[in-house]
Design a protein around this ligand. Structure first.
Ligand code: PMP
Length: 397
């Protein structure tokens, strides 16, 4: 699958070596069509949306709302007004945590999360004052669904879990997680930051109540994300932020709110980034999400096989159903040293706790080295990465 020419940044040289970019779980690179959409927006279309009477405002509004419909169909939401544009997954989860807790929390509340959540799906819930009940997971990185069932209590208000773990790569059984929660009358938020770029996501088939993700992890621009919520629930929730656009009528005594989705989109949104995101969705649909997944799974298997043969390598996250993330340690070497030495050879990986400190505590390690793959990576790059690991081994003793 030769898509590399569409990604200009992949031609970069790093310390005299061709860049091998394996930090895709942090952010993916952008194809030309996304870069050009941003450029073209600011050259020819820039205007504030929804309120201007003039041509540019009308055109920008139309393009912005087109992307909302595009995202609706991409994740198979029932209505386009169930798609709310935010700054990213973090803001989407903060929005839900803030509004949902104001509406439904009583002061003695529990939130079930998984033990492998990103800090973005832990801290917003802690800010509500709720007690978190984490679902334990096995050494392989598989959630214990029986233990999950036992966590429900009359105080459980919501379940919030990731679809794919950014540290272990586990694809969590979200359909089962939702079914069990709904049997207890509890809604579910899915953190989809790591899944939308790798799996076909169908929010109606999953049955979740909220689904949150970021544009920049799916070949789109930074600064834009999505909060999908079921219409009935969104109508129940109070606004998250106050300001322009989210209102229907304002007086000093009383304000009434706009309809969905505008109730949750206060102020000027990042219009150009939303339009760029539309191009990212076009890119993914043209390549085909199934093709992307198959290619990345092949790279993951190939890299896992190669890494397993390196003496002293320990892989974290070996669930049978996993995708695109390879977390590991080499002997007693500090992950930061491994990352720095790989960088000297042009290879970009991430090191540290990956915003998942509870996972590190679970394994009793300070962090891992994480390689993560995208559609433009190749087997040759994986070979370069494995050869580089062999090469730096003597420096790690
Ligand atoms: N959840 C998961 C699983 C993630 O991997 C990330 C990004 N590392 C986030 C949430 C937060 O995403 P963002 O920084 O784009 O808001």
């Amino acid at each position: 699958m030769n898509l590399r020419s569409q990604f200009p940044i992949l031609n970069t040289q790093v310390h005299g070596h061709p860049l091998v970019y394996l930090d895709n779980a942090a952010t993916t690179q952008k194809p030309l069509r996304v870069i050009e959409a941003l450029d073209s927006y600011y050259r020819t279309l820039n205007s504030n949306i929804h309120r201007g009477a003039h041509h540019l405002a009308a055109e920008a509004t139309e393009r912005y709302e087109d992307v909302r419909r595009q995202v609706q169909s991409f994740i198979n939401a029932r209505h386009s007004h169930e798609i709310v544009f935010t700054r990213g997954t973090t803001e989407s989860i903060n929005l839900v945590a803030s509004s949902f807790s104001k509406r439904y929390f009583t002061g003695d509340d529990e939130v079930i999360v998984s033990g492998m959540e990103h800090h973005s799906d832990i801290v917003p819930w802690q800010l509500t004052g709720a007690t978190l009940r984490p679902i334990p997971f096995s050494d392989e990185g598989v959630l214990d669904l029986e233990a999950y069932e036992r966590l429900f209590s009359p105080k459980t208000r919501i379940v919030a879990v990731n679809h794919v773990s950014n540290t272990l790569g586990t694809v969590n059984p979200v359909v089962d997680i939702v079914r069990i929660a709904h049997a207890h009358g509890v809604p579910v938020l899915i953190d989809g930051a790591q899944s939308v770029s790798h799996l076909k996501v169908d929010v109606q088939a999953i049955g979740c109540d909220f689904y949150c993700f970021s544009g920049h992890k799916m070949y789109g621009p930074m600064g834009v994300g999505i909060m999908y919520g079921r219409e009935e629930l969104l109508n129940e929730l109070p606004p998250y932020q106050g300001g322009g656009e989210m209102i229907e009528n304002v007086t000093f005594e009383r304000t009434t709110y706009n309809q969905l989705p505008f109730k949750f989109e206060a102020g000027t949104p990042s219009v150009g980034d939303v339009i760029g995101l539309g191009e990212a969705v076009n890119f993914m649909q043209e390549v085909g999400v199934d093709n992307i997944a198959a290619h990345e799974d092949d790279l993951l298997r190939f890299a896992t096989d190669g890494l397993s043969r390196i003496p002293g390598a320990r892989i974290f996250g070996t669930a049978p159903h996993k995708t695109t993330v390879l977390s590991f340690l080499i002997g007693d070497a500090h992950p930061y040293d491994v990352g720095t030495l790989l960088d000297q050879l042009g290879i970009a990986v991430r090191t540290g706790h990956h915003c998942t400190q509870p996972i590190m505590d679970r394994y009793g390690i300070p962090g891992t080295v994480r390689a993560s793959f995208a559609v433009y990576n190749t087997r040759e790059e994986v070979e370069t990465f494995l050869a580089a690991l062999e090469r730096i081994m003597p420096m790690l003793q």
